[in-house]
Ligand binder design. Sequence first.
Ligand SMILES: [Zn+2]
Length: 110
Amino acid sequence: VSDVATRLQAEEQETLRRIESLTAEYDGIVRAAQGTANDDEHDPEGATIAFEREQLAALLDQARRHLAEITAAAERLSAGSYGVCTTCGATIADARLEARPTARTCINCA
Ligand SMILES: [Zn+2]
């Protein structure tokens, strides 16, 4: 897992870009909703907007959580504790880290 720092950096950039575009999309929907001052419950379009806004909020939340995981993994990497299960202290298998570079637990503790 020698290139893990590079992988984490690439994933961080990708996640930041995703957050940026989701935020822009979210802001656009909020602005559009403000333009139509209708009651969400009785306006079918308003309900759709509310649904889209919820979906985007969930995606944003997910992306932000992922970013936090990447940051935590990078911190473990510089602290020298990367690849060690935070629950049982066992070494996390390379294949698992390959598939999920932000993994903080071994397969048994996951
Ligand atoms: Zn473990």
